[in-house]
Design a protein around this ligand. Structure first.
Ligand code: UD1
Length: 431
């Protein structure tokens, strides 16, 4: 495997220093979605041979997933300049995912389905990852049990066994992205028909469904909440291009609105961001949409907008902190309701250090917009909280120092370079 990319800062004490107050103007190009590519890499395990993924973002989580796949026996090579990862999958895989890697990234759980399907057994250390709530695995487990797996937890490992999975109808209590993906990957080579009802419809779920179909899987209802999967004997490796990152796109869109700038976001799928763009329009932004790009421009102080996070096509929880940052400097008050991850409001304590007025009660946050924020040292508590703090720092008066930036490196490739090109005063200070 190639050496770790420029995003490999986990464990260092780097900080980002931002001097706020410049308008961001220019273009940024998106790469593939973090939340898709990690699952596509896991799905590669389903087919012996060489799978090639394009538009792979230059982020640390891709390196962690590459290490995990290597540990399972795959040979992973990454061409950083081309944004391509090649995964050579052997006939025989190891079926154990160890704690040292899994604890660094919750998405490691996505090897569970493929390993069970390929090896008839999987041992996965219980995952860690973002610090944003309890994030159970009960729906993954219940679904696999329906399909004939025996699942137990011993010594911090989830142990699943099934000689051959068989199809079943599974009703998810909640349209969980992770559970839908696990069950999809388990079902594609199971015996008979699996129906996943109340399935997640996120564009990243659609992306993995498309890749699995290209590999030879039979999946009906792609993009709907009922997925019908007819198991096939085997899959074949493919070349696949990762869907572009709607959350990074949304983050740039909010950056344009907050800094009263104008940013054109290219290689984008604006149709995946309809509610978020509609909210920005309500806040007063001018939005121009083209087939694979869009421009967000703002020439005045934004108006506050209420937000309720929901599964897709609802407002994405991964853009909630960025919109709280927007509301913190907007005119008026807003109510933000978080329905997915209970701990996601932790970051408002950091935002308060910049002068934001945010009051939380359970899963609601009341944000009273202030005309200005003032720079201060703050700490990123997870990827999207980190993004929200960067946005706040861009408009705060004076110097904002962001600590624990390895979280941001996990989700945003080349963010500092892009910010600089757009006119921001930002630097990484290596500790
Ligand atoms: C994925 C994304 C994350 C995004 C989230 C919702 C990745 C790597 N991460 O996370 O960025 O915010 O979708 O769009 O793709 N739950 C259970 N039991 C389960 C499964 C989930 O209780 O078996 C709960 C979780 O605790 C959470 C909610 O369901 O409260 C949503 O989880 P889920 O949709 O599965 O999100 P992730 O796949 O973890």
């Amino acid at each position: 495997m190639s050496t770790l990319g420029p995003s490999a800062y986990h464990g260092t004490v780097d900080t980002w220093e931002i001097v706020g107050g410049t308008r961001l103007v220019g273009d940024v190009r998106l790469t593939g979605a973090k939340n898709s590519v990690l699952k596509l890499m896991a799905a590669a395990l389903l087919a012996p041979g060489r799978t090639v993924l394009a538009e792979v973002p230059e982020i640390l989580d891709v390196d962690i997933m590459a290490q995990l796949l290597s540990r399972l026996g795959a040979d992973v090579t990454r061409d950083h300049a081309a944004g391509v990862v090649a995964i050579e999958v052997p006939e025989i895989l190891d079926h154990r995912a160890d704690y040292d890697l899994v604890r660094r990234m919750r998405a490691s759980i996505s090897v569970l389905g493929p390993l069970l399907a390929r090896c008839g057994e999987a041992d996965i250390a219980l995952p860690g990852g973002d610090n944003i709530g309890s994030r159970g695995l009960d729906m993954h487990v219940a679904g696999l049990e329906r399909m004939g797996a025996q699942v137990s937890v011993e010594h911090g490992y989830l142990h699943a066994v099934a000689k051959r999975l068989h199809g079943h109808t599974i009703w998810l209590d909640f349209p969980s992205v992770g559970a839908t993906e696990t069950l999809l990957m388990a079902a594609v080579t199971a015996e008979g028909r699996t129906v996943i009802d109340n399935a997640a419809r996120e564009p990243e779920v659609v992306d993995i469904s498309h890749m699995l179909v290209e590999m030879g899987a039979q999946i009906g209802g792609v993009g709907t909440s009922t997925l019908v999967i007819d198991g096939v004997e085997a899959l074949t490796p493919v070349h696949h291009t990762t869907v572009s990152d709607r959350i990074v796109a949304g983050t740039w869109a909010v950056a344009a609105a907050m800094t009263q700038g104008s940013i054109t976001i290219t290689n984008a799928r604006p149709e995946h961001l309809e509610i978020a763009l509609d909210k920005l329009a309500t806040a007063g932004a001018d939005i121009e949409v083209h087939p694979d790009s869009f421009t967000v421009s703002m020439d005045k102080r934004p108006q506050s907008v209420d937000i309720v996070t929901l599964p897709y096509p609802g407002f994405p929880t991964d853009l909630q902190p960025q919109f709280i940052a927007l509301n913190a400097i907007s005119q008026g008050a807003s109510l933000v309701t978080e329905n997915l991850f209970e701990a996601r409001f932790r970051f408002v304590h950091e935002l308060a250090r910049l002068g934001a007025d945010v009051q939380t009660e359970g899963h609601h946050a009341l944000v009273r917009g202030r005309p200005a924020l003032s720079g201060a040292p703050v700490e990123a508590t997870d990827i999207r909280a980190g993004a929200g703090l960067v946005l706040a720092g861009l408009v705060a008066d004076g110097l904002t120092t962001i600590h624990e930036v390895h979280h941001i490196d996990r989700g945003y490739s080349g963010m500092i370079d892009d910010l600089r090109r757009l006119g921001a005063q930002i630097e990484r200070v290596t500790g």
